[in-house]
Design a protein around this ligand. Sequence first.
Ligand code: ARG
Length: 467
Amino acid sequence: MRAKEKAKPVSRAALAGEADPRLVALSVSIQDDGALYAEDIRGSQAHVTMLAAQGIVPKAVARRVVAALDQVRAEFAAGKIRFDPALEDVHTHVERRLGELVGKDAGYLHAGRSRNDQVALDERLFVVAACERADAALARLQRALVRRGREHQATILPGYTHLQRAQPVSLAHHLLAHVEAFGRDRQRVSEVRARAAISPLGSGALAGTTLPLDREATARALGLAGVTQNSLDAVSDRDSAIELLFACALAAVHLSRIGEEIVLWTTKEFGFMTLSDAFATGSSLMPQKKNPDVGELARGRAGRAIGDLVALLATVKNLPLSYNRDLQEDKRPLLGAADAVVLTADAIAGAIDTATFHAARMEEALGGGEALATDAAEYLVERGVPFREAHEAVGKVAAFATAHGRPLAKLDPAEWRSFHPRFEKDVLRCFDARRSLRRRDLPGAPAPRQVARQLARWEKALREPGR
Ligand code: ARG
């Protein structure tokens, strides 16, 4: 029985792509991984060129294959490649078309290579390019924020904690806060890019090859910084994809936060901001509506970004070494992630660039001095009072003001003194919001001098090369 099973030939139907249609329907991935054709072809051209240099493939064959692959790329780009479910994925589609163009020379290409190291390479090349696209879009958004910040250094508004008015900041300081977050996103993306830019080619299906490949040469030809160091790991590792998805998810979360502020700030209740007509939408029913869909979509996209990250983590979880077909499921989450960040960041940048900020309304929201209560407490600290005691005294003043329906800034010095003997006439100076801002002059704080420094730092960092 055992011997009989051993002797049974490999199913010819499976090799010839004549599998049961139900299996074919489940296996096919060209509708997703077709997007990797350019990376796939670049990798194949580098591989066959190296095979020729190593004497594994005749040089003339390699030249013909490289030229024909250029044509396949052009046909893919023009949408001229007919997708055939029986061919499963992008690798076999490219190989089949190559075969049609150069006949049996196409058969030389796959020496020393498996679809397992091939797809790992394609994805690494894709991640590298995706990182560059995401970085460029986030930089465009940062530039928009910095531009509007430079215009609004003197615009003041309450900074919020718990969505309650807390202390004054400038609009420039507020916009620069988002610039910082996107700066971290860009750092992350560049680190992801650096780790992705390593070639797995030569790892074969899982255990390398007996052929004398020059892995370093292929990596160099592809602009990659080195080669992977363990063939089993190389074909089963999806860290670059996962890291890209994390970087994109976090960027999307940051975009959702600025999106939420656009939604809040454009309400009648806040009235801090009006979107330009080009970045607002109307209601199909209510003629008076001007909707901040741009901010809502930024919030919504973040949900998908987080889902994609979790989907890929779940796919990779528990997989034994090395390649497993589960990994094919990485395409859906991977392929759209960076583009979603690009779309969202560009739309938010446009909205910010063209919005009107209502400075008077923002200043009005500072209220009758409540946002400057801390300054009054620090006034006492400067006069030797322990902070807790100062905090308590000002708390009582604030409660008194509220109880009498009077703004804090409108109490008179005698009233202040009744709550603490150290209060003098000049306590009222605390209620000049611009003075308060000027005095918040530590690094990272909202004093105009500090904000000007940050603006200059970012303007320099964001200067486009050649401009
Ligand atoms: N389409 C496959 C994927 O993306 C390529 C690798 C297939 N390898 C295999 N041994 N069937 O994972």
